[in-house]
Structures are given as C-alpha cells and as structure tokens.
Design a protein around this ligand. Sequence first.
Ligand code: G4P
Length: 288
Amino acid sequence: MTIQWFPGHMTRARRQIQEKLKLIDVVIELLDARLPLSSRNPMIDEILQGKPRLIVLNKADLADPAVTRQWIAFFKQEGHTAVEADASSGRGIKEIPQLAKELLKDKIEKQLAKGINPRAVRALIVGIPNVGKSTLINRLAGKSIAATGDRPGVTKGQQWIKVGTEMELLDTPGILWPKFEDQNVGYRLAVTGAIREEILNAEDIAFFAVKYLARYYWEPFKDRFELEQPPGDFEDPDEIVAIMEAVGRKRGCLQSGGRVDLEKASKILLRELRAGKMGRYSLEEPNV
Ligand code: G4P
C-alpha cells in the first residue's frame, strides 16, 4: 500500500515508534537489499535513540548478490550488524533471534553475573512501506497473524509474538517514511514498485530504469528484449528513449502510424523487471 506522507503523519509515526522503543530491547531495521539507502528512513538514527539495531537487507533474492555483500560490509563499517534475508522464502530468517541476542550480549552477561535469568529479547521491526515487514513478522511467527495496516496513525492493541524461546516480537511494525527530497530516491523506489505509478509517471520511471540497466546490467537487459547496441552516451536522453522504443517494438506496443506507445512499453518493462524477468539487480552501490 502506498502512503501519502505529510509532516503530521511523520511526526505521528515517529512518536508511535518512540513509544514502542520503551517496550523493546532491540530494533530490526528492515531495508530493501536492492536499494538499502533509498529504502532507509532519513532520520533513523535520531528516531532510534541509540537502541541496539540489527539491519536486515530483505528481498535479497531479487538483488545482485555481489552488491548485497558490499552493502553488508558497508553497514559493518558503520558499526552495525547487517544480514541478508528473503522474508518470503524464509532464507536467512532463523538466524535473526540469535543475532538480536548477540547485540545484547553485554547486558545479558551482566544479568547472569547478578544471578538474574535474562528474559527473551524483545524486538520491534521497523521499515518503510512495502519493504516486507508483515512478511517477516509472519515468517518469524510461523503463522499468519500480522495484519498489513500501513496507515499512519492507526493504532491497534499490541501483542507479543513468541519467536521460539529466544525472542518476543511486537506484532505491529514501526512504519517509516523514505527520503522524499531526493528525486533519485523516489525513482529507485518506484522502479521496485514501492511507489506507485500514479505518483510518478511510468515513462519517467522506465527512463530511469533503462538508463541504469543499460549501464550496469546490459547483458541480461539486452537478452530479454533482444536489443542491439548499448548507448554510446548514457547521459544522452535520445539514446535512452531509443532503447525504450526498441523495447516497445519488441513487445508490440505500436500506435497507428507505427509509432511506439512509450507509456505501454514502459509499463511492460517495469512489470517484467519487478517480476524478476531480467534477473537480479541492485539499484545502488555503497561507496566503500
Ligand atoms: P510491508 O509490511 O513492509 O508493507 O511489506 P509486505 O510484508 O506487505 O511485503 C510487500 C511485498 O513484498 C509483498 O508482495 C511481499 O510478498 C513481498 N516480499 C516481502 N519479502 C520479500 C522477499 O524477501 N523477497 C521477495 N521477492 N518479495 C518479498 P506483494 O506483491 O505486495 O504481495 P504478494 O506478491 O505476496 O501477494
């Protein structure tokens, strides 16, 4: 579900997460492995107020594995523990409770030294809409209990979900907003379908995608649409549009007079890209 975020929504979302922080020991920050920074909340450090945090790069099944490894190294350099996962298949999920517990190692050791038996680690999942929060909660819970309620301001009775004996999870995730001010962030999110085409125009999103794919994933892109030549100049809009037209011709998107219906071609291209038909791709790389 796509949310229109307004300053009031953001304030409320932030307040709701900060209320929940009082109840928990550790935050699981869910990012999209294909675009970890663009799917990250711009105020996350401020919002979490130093709460221990495990970063989970979700949808890693769709991302370029080599780039995901770079991102994990990047977040480690930032001082965080980061892991990759696919909430939908369950890969990488069972390690999460143990990793969360390790973040609290010092606290747990102190408790043990005092003869206190530590309770299960209490966790909260946070992330922007569509990043996979509900899917992850359901996976960790082992059954479908988390309702997808992506409306800011909706409060429900909260419950703890038991994840084995090691962890308890709040059943409602914290919903955060992405960094809207940066236009490229909006485009990256839109390419993955996290922002709908009603908000950004399909042709503009496809233009952005083609420019990126032509530069970084030419081989699978070329093979999918039987394209001939990569652009000579990636910054030349005419060359990018020519590729979009070639895609349209390949998919039979022709108007009367033989002109390519660019909007239709753009929608098809985005649909195929999102469905993984062009293979795995990442939309940003860390500068490490
Ligand atoms: P949210 O609570 O953060 O808003 O996200 P949600 O769990 O609803 O997941 C958003 C979409 O992302 C869902 O697809 C979900 O299946 C998909 N998804 C979640 N985790 C993964 C993952 O690790 N890999 C892949 N490939 N997809 C993932 P949808 O199209 O909205 O619904 P559906 O296709 O499941 O019906």
